[in-house]
Write a protein of this length. Structure first.
Lengths: 145, 145, 145
């Protein structure tokens, strides 16, 4: 992985075989990012599982072959002192058909070009929304432990 | 809705049931945003109508069930002194299939995480392009009333 | 084409009939952009060819009719002193179905609203990755000729 910074903005290049969540979480930890936006991302995914929230759980779809990563967007928050990363993606397969959803897991194929913006003096939270059964982004959580 | 600002950059969290256009328009009005970009957005849409411009009109498709919001991009301009918001979106349904288009109307489900960049000393316009029959973004309109 | 700048950020409006790559390359050359991100783009594409990397080559799909441009993301680097632009896109057709992929060529229909961020004191490279057979983004190449 390569990373370059200009103020609150980062460009990342992920490499073949890297786990998307683990790599972004390590980046957030290493750079002390506590509030961020995964603004844009392209490349390929060698493997991925995409989810659709059916009101009770994420209904999963596992990609059978590598797909072009055509859109990647999300947020970086902190839960229990560790990075909490929420990502949605669109990917396209051999026939160029597009499937999309909440990213449950993903592994980079060839490379990923990912652009991140941060909010330097903030911490985003992601508390459990009990009525929904999901954690939801909180831009202004109270003081963190 | 929550909003946090860092200079010309904003992160917004929209909430269950909020109308996407009305909420973004109120935000633009309250924050005196006259030139902006809806750079990225994810979450869910409880309801939405997506359009395809067939050369004469937007051919609409109304979503029958909530969909994951996987991409949201667009621009904020001013028309007749009020915010004019142009949005395109991709959404995915229970089978992870993806439909997309010009957003005609949309209501947030659960939440929306939306990232906006603004051009502080500018006003974007959206004058009617009579030859096409659509309003089109003008980055450097003349003096506004 | 219109372009407005605020520091390292640019909003572009491309016009009917403009070639997407030629127009972005001319913009990068004219503005001496050697490291950039095509963060977001919407509008329509009158024509386009999208590719899926099958491990040996880009399997192409040519659009038969104009499509809504719903997502456009990528990077601007320099190869042999000239702009090297890598773009992925999602587009939707008359039935709102979505196809996506690596953009092999594209022509704007009606307009394109494209948002670009640059890294002012950097040069991104895109050297050939011989083991893959593709050029890959290099955020920190050595000194350029």
């Amino acid at each position: 992985m390569q990373r370059v910074r200009d103020g609150a903005r980062w460009m990342l290049r992920l490499d073949e075989g890297q786990d998307l969540f683990a790599t972004l979480a390590a980046f957030a930890t290493e750079e002390s990012i506590r509030a961020g936006v995964v603004v844009s991302g392209i490349g390929m995914l060698r493997r991925a599982t995409l989810g659709y929230w059916n009101g009770r759980e994420y209904s999963p779809m596992e990609l059978k072959v590598p797909h072009e990563l055509v859109a990647l967007h999300g947020s970086i928050a902190v839960v229990d002192g560790a990075p909490s990363i929420h990502l949605h993606a669109s990917v396209s397969g051999p026939e160029h058909q597009t499937v999309s959803g909440h990213v449950m897991q993903a592994t980079i194929g060839i490379l990923g070009e990912i652009y991140v913006e941060t909010f330097p003096n903030r911490t985003f939270g992601r508390p459990m929304n009990e009525s929904v059964g999901l954690r939801g982004l909180d831009l202004e959580p109270g003081p963190q432990p």
